[in-house]
Design a protein around this ligand. Structure first.
Ligand SMILES: C[S@@+](CC[C@H](N)C(=O)[O-])C[C@H]1O[C@@H](n2cnc3c(N)ncnc32)[C@H](O)[C@@H]1O
Length: 428
């Protein structure tokens, strides 16, 4: 008996143009994955894509649900909107109209803050329509910069992966490119959660936020010359005393050019900024008007660094999770156009204080932090490890004072030491 005829025979043929390399790779892949033919493999990829789209819901399907936020306040360069920024990125703004999205979304924190964080597990689902909207409004040469802190899983000393998953989702599912990850080190961060850090002593202080710098193409406009840093003392020494060109053990050829004085040094992707501002114009305005200041503000230096490096004067910066509108204030002071959007009207009421009686961005900038190399303090191995990994709480919640360190290593006075410069130096 012959094979029964399919009610939907595959008679339609699509020609796909490929390079010989692409074809060879695809053929190798379908065989490795066990598909019977290239057609079967392509149908599988397409079905997977459709399935993913329908399970997460395309923004365009629910576009009707988004309402445009209302304009709350404006300046000559920018505007604050109150409402859901999904309406802004899917309806109000024109496609490709934004040069930089600089933002700090609500984090998937275990301990919820008063501005309402989404649970870590739900986070990616929640973020998808924003990702689609960001892609829509961002200019092809523009950048998307997301400051996002990590979080702990509830009840165990284990970290959530949600912020890494967010990064992977943005690149894999929405086609963003990771230009470079940055790490914001907040030297003033308190040692939390106290249970793991101070009581059971099985984890260390979590003092960095990740900052994902993404873009729609691998070539967004950028220049590190806009964010050069002062030279280190070691480099100043070399510049003064000269450097002999030679091949480093690592194989790097350090040429004579290395000892040429330029404007400054290229900074690392570690941004050291203490988040300690407590008596600026914003706080004074909030106090005067009986407004609760935003509980999770980022320091102005963060948006300043990315705005300087990634935009020109006159470009447009968007912060879709504006909070107290730090991004708008910095953009305004740097001569960029800006748009800030925030759900909570109270936060915008406070943000108004940032745009009244402006006289510069203020504040000491050239702050230098020093950090010890790990293991700078010599502690003997007599200090016992927690054999159960901290699963049993010590009977005495407050640990006895630690034994005095046996030796303090002679500090060699390297470049990382806090050397009094003409600038303010903060040793930690
Ligand atoms: C981490 S805070 C941003 C703080 C801000 N960078 C600052 O320095 O003041 C995140 C903010 O996003 C706001 N938010 C959450 N969902 C939003 C949405 N759909 N549209 C607009 N704002 C939203 C929250 O109300 C919260 O104020």
């Amino acid at each position: 008996m012959g094979r029964p005829k399919s009610p939907a025979p595959r008679t339609s043929i699509a020609n796909v143009r490929l390079t010989s390399v692409e074809r060879a790779q695809m053929e190798a892949d379908y065989r490795t994955l066990g598909f019977g033919s290239l057609s079967e493999y392509v149908r599988f990829l397409h079905a997977t894509h459709r399935q993913r789209e329908s399970s997460h819901g395309r923004a365009s399907d629910v576009l009707q649900e988004y309402t445009c936020p209302r304009q709350f306040h404006s300046t000559t360069r920018g505007a604050m909107f109150q409402g859901d920024s999904l309406g802004l990125v899917h309806r109000t703004l024109e496609p490709n109209s934004i040069d930089l999205i600089m933002t700090s979304p609500p984090f998937g924190l275990v301990r919820k803050k008063s501005y309402g964080n989404e649970d870590a597990d739900e986070y990616l689902k929640w973020f998808r329509p924003f990702a689609e909207g960001f892609k829509r409004v961002l200019h092809p040469k523009g950048s998307l910069v997301i400051d996002i802190g990590g979080s702990w899983k509830p009840g165990i000393p284990v970290r959530s992966l949600y912020h890494f998953e967010l990064l992977i989702m943005l690149c894999r599912d929405y086609g963003f490119h990771l230009c470079q990850e940055h790490f914001w080190w907040n030297p003033a961060k308190l040692p939390t959660p106290a249970e793991w850090v101070n009581i059971r002593r099985v984890r260390v202080k979590d003092a960095v936020n990740t900052i994902w710098w993404l873009s729609k193409t691998p070539w967004p406009k950028a220049s590190n010359k806009r964010v050069l840093a002062p030279y280190s003392e070691a480099m100043e020494y070399l510049l003064k005393n000269g450097y002999k060109a030679k091949l480093r053990p690592s194989g790097h050829d350090i040429s004579e050019n290395f000892s040429k004085r330029n404007v400054g040094s290229v900074p690392p992707n570690l941004l050291a900024v203490a988040n300690t501002e407590s008596n600026g114009r914003y706080q004074a305005y909030c106090k005067e008007h009986g407004i609760d200041p935003h509980p999770a503000r980022y320091p102005a230096t963060l948006p300043e660094y990315f705005i300087r490096m990634l935009t020109d004067a006159g470009d447009t910066v968007l912060d879709p999770f504006a909070g107290s509108c730090v991004t708008g204030e910095v953009a305004e002071s740097l001569g960029r156009r800006w748009i800030c959007c925030e759900l909570d009207e109270n936060y915008l009421e406070g943000a108004l204080g940032r745009f009244l009686n402006r006289n510069g961005n203020g504040g000491a900038k050239a702050v230098k932090y020093a950090i010890y190399q790990p293991c700078a303090l010599e502690i003997s191995d007599d200090e016992p490890l927690s054999p159960d990994g901290g699963s049993v709480r010590p009977s005495c919640a407050v640990q006895p004072a630690e034994r005095a360190p046996q030796h303090r290593r002679q500090h060699k006075g390297g470049a990382a030491d806090s050397v009094a410069l003409s600038r303010r130096t903060r040793a930690l």
